[in-house]
Write a protein that binds this ligand. Structure first.
Ligand code: PEP
Length: 253
C-alpha cells in the first residue's frame, strides 16, 4: 500500500474559511505520512487549490465531488474532467451514493466518469456500497460486485495509483452508525480481490478507503484494520478540529 488517504467530502457545505482552517492545521504539523484530500464544491476548487499550493504541505491535494464524462458540449451546469484538472485538482470523487440515489447515476455512468478522470490525469475516488435493505438481505458482496463490474476495463489499465476505491455503506453515511472495523475490513478485502481479478498489481497498490460516519472517536479503530487504507469523511470534515483529529488518529508518520 502507498500512503493512506484521508479525504474530506464537503458535499454542498463549507467555505474558504473552512479550507483555511484545515490547511493551517496541517501546516502546523501532525498529518505526516498520510495523504489528505479536500473536496469542496466546484466554485471553491481553484482557490482552495491555490491555497494548498501556497501552503506546501506534503500530500495535501484538492479534488472535485463529481464530473461529467463528456469532454465538452451542451450540458448545462456540468463540469468536465479537463476543467477540474485545469482548476488545480488531482482527484475527483465518482459514484458517491448521493449521486447514484439523487441524480440517477448508473454503474455504467460511474465507469465512464472514472475513465474520463483518468483521461484528464485525475485520480478517481470510486465509491461503492450497499443499502441497509441490501445488507439485511445478505447481498452486500453481490451489490458491490455489480457496481465494480463495469469498471473492469478501467481497473485492467490501471497502475493502482490512479484511483482509490471507497467502500461506503449507504446506511452508514450521515447516520452516525459506522460499519464495525471487522465488517468494513471484510468488504475491503472483497473489493481488493475483485480488482485483482482484472489487475493483481494494481489491486495490491491501490488504496481502499472506508466512508460512513467516520468520526474522531471511531477512526483509530477503523484505521487499525489491515486493508483499510484511509477514509472518506463527510460530516466530520466540516469541523476543522474533527477532521484534523481523524487525520492524526492512526497511521504512524
Ligand atoms: C460521505 O458522504 O461520503 C460520508 C462518508 O459522509 P459521513 O462521513 O457524514 O457519513
Amino acid at each position: 500500500m502507498t500512503r493512506p488517504l484521508i479525504a474530506a467530502n464537503w458535499k454542498m457545505n463549507g467555505d474558504l474559511a473552512l479550507a483555511e482552517a484545515v490547511i493551517a492545521g496541517l501546516a502546523e504539523g501532525g498529518g505526516g505520512g498520510v495523504d489528505v484530500l479536500l473536496c469542496p464544491p466546484f466554485v471553491y476548487l481553484r482557490e482552495v487549490a491555490r491555497m494548498v499550493r501556497q501552503a506546501k504541505v506534503t500530500g495535501l491535494a484538492v479534488g472535485a465531488q463529481n464530473l461529467d464524462y463528456h469532454a465538452h458540449g451542451a450540458f448545462t451546469g456540468e463540469v468536465s474532467a479537463a476543467m477540474i484538472a485545469d482548476a488545480g485538482c488531482e482527484y475527483v470523487i465518482v459514484g458517491h451514493s448521493e449521486r447514484r440515489a439523487l441524480f440517477g447515476e448508473s454503474d455504467d455512468d460511474v465507469a465512464r466518469k472514472a475513465q474520463a478522470a483518468r483521461g484528464a490525469g485525475l485520480a478517481a475516488v470510486v465509491c461503492v456500497g450497499e443499502t441497509f435493505a441490501e445488507r439485511e438481505a445478505g447481498r452486500t458482496e453481490a451489490v458491490v460486485e455489480s457496481q465494480l463490474a463495469p469498471l473492469a476495463g478501467f481497473f485492467a489499465d490501471s497502475d493502482g495509483g490512479d484511483f482509490a476505491a471507497a467502500y461506503e455503506p449507504v446506511w452508514a453515511i450521515g447516520s452516525g452508525q459506522s460499519a464495525t472495523p471487522g465488517d468494513a475490513r471484510a468488504v475491503h478485502e472483497f473489493i481488493r480481490r475483485r480488482i485483482a481479478d482484472h489487475n493483481p498489481a494494481a489491486a495490491s497498490r491501490a488504496r481502499v478507503i472506508y466512508g460512513g460516519s467516520v468520526k474522531p472517536g471511531n477512526a483509530a479503530g477503523l484505521f487499525a484494520e489491515p486493508g483499510i487504507d484511509g477514509a472518506l469523511v463527510g460530516g466530520a470534515s466540516l469541523a476543522a478540529r474533527d477532521f484534523l483529529s481523524i487525520i492524526r488518529s492512526g497511521y504512524a508518520d
